[in-house]
Design a protein around this ligand. Structure first.
Ligand code: F6P
Length: 526
């Protein structure tokens, strides 16, 4: 498969020329004034998600060049390789097939692609595991003696299920409480254990590798606590969600749900890692979550680039990061149930595309992943939106709003949606200072870009689609940048050093350390 790094394509140079010309001074207000069809042209209907891109700093010429860039980089071939099960995670020689977890039917074999996997076999295993996991989830749901589910996991083994359980609270079975313990900071586990009873708690130890030090430390402590409280039936009160079933068994857990090395941690909510969500919303709800994602997979796999929402969003990301030089993107979910969405997307984007070398290991001469951050609206408006409106940095904002509320309180939802629309409007329109009629403290420059993602309702199906949309968008920008979006070597060095520092802290040994670490270690020893 041919992948050409973006900076080596003809389109890259053309985009640079366009940026230096009209691109950097494109005024969205003028663009609207000159084009009555702008909203229609720059909005996109995708399965379960509507997107308005029209308030962004682009026009049809720029977008045409961005599509050319994607084609010249081989995004379409790369997408085909993804769906054929080729080993596109090249540093680990692994296929990337989280999409298979939500595929309801046998996959047609693409004989043109060298697949590293027998997809039909994998699919059979996926469905057998899913059935077993969902049957288990249903048993837990009907077991009134279990009132609390404690998920112990970190990174992808925490963020996905936590975000989704919160997001779909309106669909959750009453009478079960969900707790998520991720940090090795004992305050987190201790506070959770203080709220639960051993006889009514199910601990889920979620770890792809079953070696992650935070998760193992928390799991050992939870097991010790359970036994110290007189708990004996580990088989009933502990289950493991892992690709390393042998290690889970060695830990003493006999109830296990497996998955495969071709599921990356940050792409694993669709696998056994999604068990807390399956317990919360039931087998039918979890299947609807998978179905929504599958609908988005099909859209991404089959739609031409020009009307392919993940592609359009990713190309906009590239335009902003590499031509405008914007360093971050703010996620503004106008729905409090989506409050962990920014943290979830942060891992998805930054662990996937926070890379400084291409797939051949050569240093890149251009920027990759932006910083992702955010808080639910309207809270963000009373915190950092000041900077978004009047700061010196331009930060593209991604609004996520939902048409239908799941509460009956009068007036709230209209006010919430009005605020989302008004913020996007204010960012774009700006205002001259009413005191001076021009520059001044009350001036808003405007022309600040935003994207508006709109769901009709926040349901298992639409959440599945929204998350799959974001996964594919990250795939496309990573593909254009010519990087491997599916490894994460950047987390390794800190892990190794932490082991050394832990041993030094225990024996009070600072010999050979850098001055700062030695100084801090000495202070901790006083
Ligand atoms: O932080 C690195 C990482 O490997 C993530 O990619 C992953 O989601 C997390 O750690 C947890 O890993 P595991 O599920 O193997 O415990």
């Amino acid at each position: 498969m041919t992948r050409i790094r973006c900076d080596r394509t003809a389109a890259w140079g053309e985009l640079q020329t366009v940026f230096q010309g009209k691109g950097h001074r494109l005024d969205v207000r003028a663009a609207f004034a000159g084009d009555a069809g702008r909203f229609g042209h720059f909005s996109q209907e995708a399965p379960h998600v509507f997107a308005d891109l029209s308030k962004n700093l682009l026009d049809a010429d720029i977008e045409r060049l961005l599509f050319a860039l994607a084609r010249q980089c081989g995004v379409e071939e790369h997408r085909q390789a993804l769906f054929a099960g080729a080993a596109i995670n090249s540093t680990e020689q692994r296929a990337v097939m989280h999409w298979l977890l939500r595929n309801p039917a046998p996959v047609p074999v693409d004989t043109a692609q060298p697949a590293s996997k027998n997809i039909a076999d994998e699919q059979a295993q996926v469905h057998a595991t899913l059935d077993a996991m969902l049957a288990f989830a249903e048993r837990v749901r009907s077991d009134d003696a279990i009132t609390d589910v404690v998920n112990i996991g970190i990174g992808g083994s925490d963020l996905g299920p936590q975000m989704a359980v919160l997001a779909l609270d309106a669909f959750a079975l009453p009478g079960k409480r969900f707790h998520f313990v991720s940090n090795v900071d004992g305050h987190e586990l201790a506070a959770t254990l203080a709220r639960v009873k051993p006889q009514s708690t199910l601990f889920l130890v979620a770890s792809k590798t079953f070696t992650t030090i935070e998760t193992m430390t928390n799991a050992q402590s939870a097991k010790r606590w359970f036994e110290n409280q007189g708990g004996t039936d580990i088989g009933r009160h502990f289950a493991a969600l892992t690709t390393n079933v042998a290690a889970a068994n060695a830990f003493g857990i006999t109830t296990t749900f497996g998955f495969w090395d071709w599921v990356g941690g940050r792409y694993s909510v669709w696998s056994a890692i999604g068990l807390p969500l399956a317990i919360a919303i039931g087998a039918q709800g979890f299947r609807a979550f998978l179905a929504g994602a599958h609908d988005m997979d099909e859209h991404f796999r089959t739609a031409p680039l020009e009307c392919n929402l993940p592609v359009r969003l990713a190309l906009l990301d590239v335009w902003y990061r590499n031509f405008h030089g914007f360093t971050s993107r703010s996620i503004a979910p106008y729905h409090s149930a989506l409050r962990r969405l920014p943290a979830y997307l942060q891992q998805l984007e930054m662990e996937s595309n926070g890379k400084r070398v291409d797939t051949c290991g050569k240093a890149l001469p251009f920027a990759t992943a932006p910083v992702l951050w955010g808080e639910p609206g309207t809270n963000g408006q009373h915190a950092y939106f000041q900077m978004l409106h009047q700061g010196t940095e331009v930060v593209p904002v991604e609004f996520v709003a939902v048409k239908k509320p799941h509460h009956g309180l009068t007036g709230h939802h209209t006010l919430l949606l009005a605020n989302a629309l008004a913020q996007a409007q204010a960012l774009m329109l700006g205002q001259t200072d009413p005191d001076t009629g021009g520059e001044g403290h009350r001036r808003f420059t405007g022309n600040r870009p935003s994207t508006f993602l709109l769901l009709d309702d926040l349901t298992p199906t639409s959440l599945g689609a929204l998350i799959a949309l974001q996964e594919h968008r990250v795939f496309v920008s990573g593909s254009v940048w010519g990087i491997n979006s599916f490894d994460q070597w950047g987390v390794e060095l800190g892990k190794v050093l932490a082991k050394d520092v832990e041993a030094r802290l225990l024996r009070g040994d600072a010999t050979g350390l850098d001055g700062s670490t030695a100084g801090l270690l000495a202070r901790l020893q006083e």
